[in-house]
Design a protein around this ligand. Structure first.
Ligand SMILES: Nc1ncnc2c1ncn2[C@@H]1O[C@H](COP(=O)(O)OP(=O)(O)O)[C@@H](O)[C@H]1O
Ligand SMILES: Cc1cn([C@H]2C[C@H](O)[C@@H](COP(=O)(O)OP(=O)(O)O)O2)c(=O)[nH]c1=O
Length: 201
């Protein structure tokens, strides 16, 4: 399924890499008086999203995969597609790449994850932010962790690196970006430049 006339941009990556900070900064950098930007996240703030976010200890495997995918379709139907149809840019913190890593770790085969998500919009651009795993884990822990997946934040950057070929095979225009020691503002500036260069703005 293609998007409407707005632009759909996904920022994914490990916990603590700075996704939500960068999504909010990008929202400000890309917005102008005649162009609205919607900054959003998955799991969404809807009831199924809240259930998935709070429920990683109660739900496992395919059950959790179905919950996060149901939340994704509801998020698309109620927030993302209407915004795109109105010509707005949507910047989303986490999306299908997260499922390809976490639900796979939870025992769901990659092909089944793609099948469950077959009707989910393809983003115009997907950024996979990676950084030093130890630093990311420290930041995530300082901020507070609640998810079963927060208990083992090991090999996160490599897991995201390995996703790139599969995403591209499925038509996801993807950029792997190592944040190094850059500040969140610097990362957002680099992403903004790529977005403006690659998408007709
Ligand atoms: N590039 C950065 N350098 C240093 N600290 C950062 C950077 N990006 C975010 N942070 C800080 O790290 C913590 C986690 O950031 P957050 O955006 O919540 O990460 P995520 O959404 O990827 O889990 C926050 O306290 C945030 O202020
Ligand atoms: C979007 C998504 C989230 N989740 C779950 C696991 C994550 O730990 C949790 C969302 O965590 P989140 O609060 O976004 O993590 P962080 O801010 O640390 O990056 O939701 C999935 O299992 N699959 C998904 O596709």
């Amino acid at each position: 399924m293609t998007t409407g006339c707005g632009r759909f941009i996904v920022i994914d990556g490990p916990s603590g890499v700075g996704k939500s900070t960068v999504v909010n900064l990008l929202g400000k950098l890309l917005a102008s008086p005649d162009h609205e930007v919607v900054a959003t996240a998955e799991p969404s703030t809807g009831p199924v999203g809240e259930l998935a976010r709070a429920g990683t200890h109660a739900y496992h495997g395919l059950a959790l995969a179905c919950l996060v995918t149901a939340d994704r379709y509801h998020h698309l139907a109620t927030q993302i597609r209407p915004a795109l149809a109105a010509g707005r840019t949507v910047v989303c913190d986490r999306y299908l790449p997260t499922s390809l890593i976490l639900q796979y770790r939870d025992g769901v085969p990659t092909e089944l994850i793609w099948q469950l998500n077959a009707d989910a919009n393809k983003p115009d651009l997907t950024f996979l932010l990676v950084g030093d795993d130890t630093l990311c884990r420290q930041r995530a822990t300082q901020r507070g962790t609640y998810s079963r997946f927060h208990e083992e934040l090991i090999g996160e950057a490599d897991a995201y690196r390995r996703l790139v070929p599969g995403l591209r095979d499925h038509g996801y225009r993807s950029h792997l970006h190592n944040i190094g020691l850059a500040s969140a503002a610097e990362v957002a500036g680099v992403l903004r430049d790529i977005i403006v260069r690659e998408l007709t703005w």
